[in-house]
Design a protein around this ligand. Structure first.
Ligand SMILES: Nc1ncnc2c1ncn2[C@@H]1O[C@H](COP(=O)(O)OP(=O)(O)OP(=O)(O)O)[C@@H](O)[C@H]1O
Length: 338
């Protein structure tokens, strides 16, 4: 649905040129929740703002449903933009307008009859759970409630794409979860394509179908979340994951623990149904290898359960190798870390 083709963006001129995006290519499917993660300065905001041309790329194309937005006239671009909603880290609400009027704003902008405005705003207030707050002003709302207003306003024009610019970064963890749930709900309900940028891995893990990792203005890794999360290829991706789970420290402790002559630490990843099967215990029973669990997590990537275990096998080297072979043959991902 969205194709970014050789997208390049530089800010400034002459000696003050700052490259933000360089020859970036990305394709996003209709109805998916696509996350872009990267460190500060990687180019995330520039990337998302190029999708609706809030930021004009220096070169490259932005295709949405086969139309190149960079070639549209001003009025055609304005019309297309109405179908691309956007929400922001700091909400960007009109402080002097009520919740109701904030949500009504995009509808009144295109002179929607007031009767239709009321019907739409009431529907959206119910959708985001703010029926009781319609006449309040933004200053009277919590951060989560403000973002709900932002979401309702973004949905007022029935968009087919929703861009989320660090939409949960200013919220506490509990509120973040409730906003992410709401985004997932509207994605399913309206088959809305959602593109979000974040520097938080758990945001990606909670709701995204696919993820791209951006670094120094380019995509260094992308794929389904489970694949990227469980088998990160690039150092930046690994860094995000280890920060979130502080595995590095645990590993150091694990590797420093006293153990016998023949021992091997491995990380075993389970995905989907395999998460709940007793593959590991059946295998060691067969090979006679001992194991100690150093660390374990079971969680979900969106709706798919996954587990990761760091274990240290002890026993004859050949038997440990055989154990790893069997586990791999059973479809588990086994990575030797010692
Ligand atoms: N308006 C601007 N003028 C000049 N340089 C800019 C401008 N906006 C961004 N940049 C530069 O472009 C690069 C990418 O910035 P961008 O804001 O897209 O990154 P980001 O990943 O969103 O970072 P953050 O998470 O800190 O917001 C950075 O080097 C930044 O300094």
């Amino acid at each position: 649905m969205i194709q970014l083709e050789n997208l390049t963006k530089t800010y400034g001129k002459g000696k003050n040129v700052t490259p933000a995006l360089s020859e970036l290519n990305l394709s996003i499917e209709r109805g998916e929740i696509f996350g872009v993660i990267g460190h500060s300065g990687a180019g995330k905001s520039t990337l998302i703002r190029c999708i609706n041309l809030l930021e004009r790329p220096t070169s490259g194309r932005v295709w949405i449903d086969g139309v190149d937005l960079t070639r549209l006239s001003k009025s055609a671009l304005q019309a297309r933009r109405r179908k691309i909603g956007m929400i922001f880290q700091h909400f960007n609400l009109l402080s002097s307008a009520t919740v109701y009027d904030n949500i009504a704003f995009p509808l009144r902008l295109v002179k929607t009859p007031e009767k239709n405005v009321r019907a739409k705003v009431e529907e959206l207030l119910a959708l985001v759970g703010l029926e009781a707050h319609a006449s309040k002003y933004p200053a009277q709302l919590s951060g989560g409630q403000k973002q709900r207003v932002g979401i309702a306003r973004a949905l007022a024009s029935d968009p087919d794409v929703l861009l989320c610019d660090e939409a949960t970064s200013a919220l506490d963890p509990q509120t973040t979860d409730s906003i992410l749930k709401l985004l997932l709900d509207i994605n399913r309900r309206f088959n809305l394509t959602i593109v979000l940028i974040t520097h938080e891995m758990h945001v990606i893990q909670s709701i995204c179908d696919r993820v791209a990792v951006i670094h120094q203005g380019g995509i260094v890794e992308k794929g389904p979340v489970a694949e990227v999360f469980l088998k990160p290829q690039h150092a930046v991706t690994r860094d995000f994951i280890s920060r979130e789970y502080s595995q590095a420290e645990l590993l150091d402790t694990a590797l420093a623990a006293p153990h016998g002559a023949s021992a091997l630490a491995v990380k075993i990843s389970f995905l989907g149904d395999k998460t709940y099967q007793s593959i590991l215990s059946q295998t060691v029973r067969q090979t006679g290898v001992d194991f100690a669990i150093i660390q374990g997590t079971i969680s979900t990537l969106k709706n798919v359960p996954y587990g990761q275990l760091i274990v240290r096998f002890e026993g004859e080297e050949a038997l440990i190798r055989r154990t790893i072979e069997i586990l791999t043959g059973e479809g588990l991902d086994v990575e030797v870390i010692e």
